[in-house]
Design a protein around this ligand. Sequence first.
Ligand code: G6P
Ligand code: MG
Length: 217
Amino acid sequence: MICAVLFDLDGVLVDTNALHFLAWKELADHLGIPFTPEQGNRCRGISRMASLEIVLEQADRTYTQAEKEQFAAEKNRRYQSMLEDLTPGHTTPGAGSVLQELKRRGYRLALASGSKNAALILARTGLDRWLDAVADGTLITRSKPDPEVFLTAAGLLGVPPQQCAGVDDALAGIQAAKSAGMMTVAFGEAALHRAGEHNIQTLEELLPLFPFLEATP
Ligand code: G6P
Ligand code: MG
């Protein structure tokens, strides 16, 4: 029986994917490298350094590790300055009310995100109040599709992975939740690929999947 729901952040609870794209695009423009929306899409769900490799795909020279680290830091500065404008109004439609309703139904809720900016985003949007645990990029060494972040979230909740569902908008995220042995719910982009056991386009569609849990006597 499922008793915990683990949420990806970027592209599921908050539409930050567009901001990630803009920040990478600014960096690519600065370096004089073409960067397309298709490449931006492939950056979903994967780590900052893995995303940078996609951004540099069309470069006509190679870069040293030190240069790459400097580029990733530069992108993050641009991204964080965009996050300063984030408010509770920037959450995905239904995010707050669906999290609140799942809690009312007895589910434990956690974040399972590879972002190192998750705490900042949760605080600025007010989503942190609904979560019982937060597993993010600061706690893991292997990013999705590795199951580490989902397993870390389940561990923080003290719930066995088989009793967890993972909700993610990236193919890498659905693969990660699947490898963790969890029920998978693909949202948005990943749902278009029918990647999950359940595939949804709005967060409200989660509610029929998670009925009230019986109170334990
Ligand atoms: C999520 C996003 C990715 C991003 C990664 C790292 O997985 O979907 O696009 O690259 O987090 O985020 P960060 O905020 O630490 O750069
Ligand atoms: Mg995502």
